[in-house]
Design a binder for this molecule. Structure first.
Ligand SMILES: C[S@@+](CC[C@H](N)C(=O)[O-])C[C@H]1O[C@@H](n2cnc3c(N)ncnc32)[C@H](O)[C@@H]1O
Length: 293
């Protein structure tokens, strides 16, 4: 039985009235929630994030019929609260993303593809790109569109894009590949016409050709990684910004042995890779210091 199912919602009008009253989030509750989130995901919540935690979790308390955050903390700390702990993580992660966010990375990717990666694949090699912290899929699908624009025959070759995120709800959204039509506005018009199809009244779906290249998986960047082979490019953008410096440094160090000698690591606009194994290769783009320029 899940924690959610184990909680009884009081049926009496008095109980109902108590539930509707806003629960107070004490400093201690906040610290317990922040500690759990940090342990599970590496995400660091500064004390200034109290109102964010309150607004994102108050509805969970209501849904569960809980009167206060202390009970909620007890629930997510218990074995029977494992499911709710996962729901809490989904509620507290920030999933903001959009198609072709930080366009310069996709331009750079196109240059790398045309500058040698495509020839290597045509000669029997493989192309692997990882979108680490892919959110709802706009990033890996943008990568797939950029690959197909440079290399229309990509699907006939050994080309794969791995899209991973810690949040199973957002991973499923990515797998669905259906978005509000207004989200397509950041897709360059030529690619929009080629790679997106109308879906009902107000939505668009990514075409099968694009989907085919992308595999979505749930993966916590703080845990073990199952991948063995190296990547040509790793996109880890606007993810490490939620981690402390030490956690960021550990992450960069783990990427180095997973990158090909001419590979690229792309990070978010406000992130910097402070690891000697990497040198700058463009705006928030990095390559291995002992690799190929
Ligand atoms: C702001 S989104 C960035 C999405 C995309 N990379 C972009 O730049 O548009 C951050 C994503 O990182 C994910 N994330 C946070 N901590 C994670 C972890 N420990 N392992 C894997 N993904 C994580 C979140 O679930 C969220 O979807």
């Amino acid at each position: 039985m899940t924690g959610a199912a184990a909680i009884q919602v009081p049926a009496s009008p008095a109980g109902r009235a108590r539930l509707d009253a806003p629960a107070h989030l004490s400093d201690q509750d906040f610290r317990r929630i922040a500690a759990i989130l940090h342990e599970d995901s590496g995400i660091h919540l500064s004390p200034g994030k109290t109102s964010l935690v309150y607004s994102r979790l108050a509805k969970r308390l209501r849904a569960l019929g809980l009167e206060n955050f202390r009970d909620y903390c007890d629930l997510v700390s218990s074995d029977e609260g494992a499911q709710e702990r996962q729901t809490m993580l989904s509620a507290l992660t920030t999933n903001v993303t959009h198609f072709f966010r930080e366009m310069h990375h996709f331009i750079d990717l196109g240059q790398q593809l045309r500058g040698g990666w495509i020839d290597r694949v045509k000669a029997g090699g493989r192309l692997r790109i990882w979108s680490a912290g892919c959110s709802s899929g706009e990033e890996p699908y943008s990568i797939a569109m950029a690959v197909l624009a440079a290399f229309p025959d990509a699907a006939k070759h050994d080309v794969r894009i791995l899209a991973t995120d810690i949040d199973p709800i957002i991973v499923q959204k990515g797998r669905n590949g259906v978005y509000p039509a207004k989200n397509a506005e950041s897709v360059p018009p030529a690619m929009r016409d080629r790679f997106l199809v109308r879906h009902g009244q107000d939505e668009v779906a990514v075409s099968d050709q694009v989907r085919q290249l992308v595999a979505f998986r749930e993966l916590n960047l703080m845990a073990q990684w199952p991948m063995k082979g190296r990547f040509d490019a790793i996109f880890c953008r606007n993810v490490a910004i939620y981690f402390e410096e030490e956690t960021q440094e550990r992450l960069w160090a783990r990427y180095a042995p997973l990158l090909n000698s001419d590979g690229r690591l792309y990070v978010g606009h406000s992130e910097r890779v402070n690891d000697r194994q990497f040198v700058t290769a463009g705006l928030t783009a990095y390559r291995l210091a002992n690799g190929v320029a």
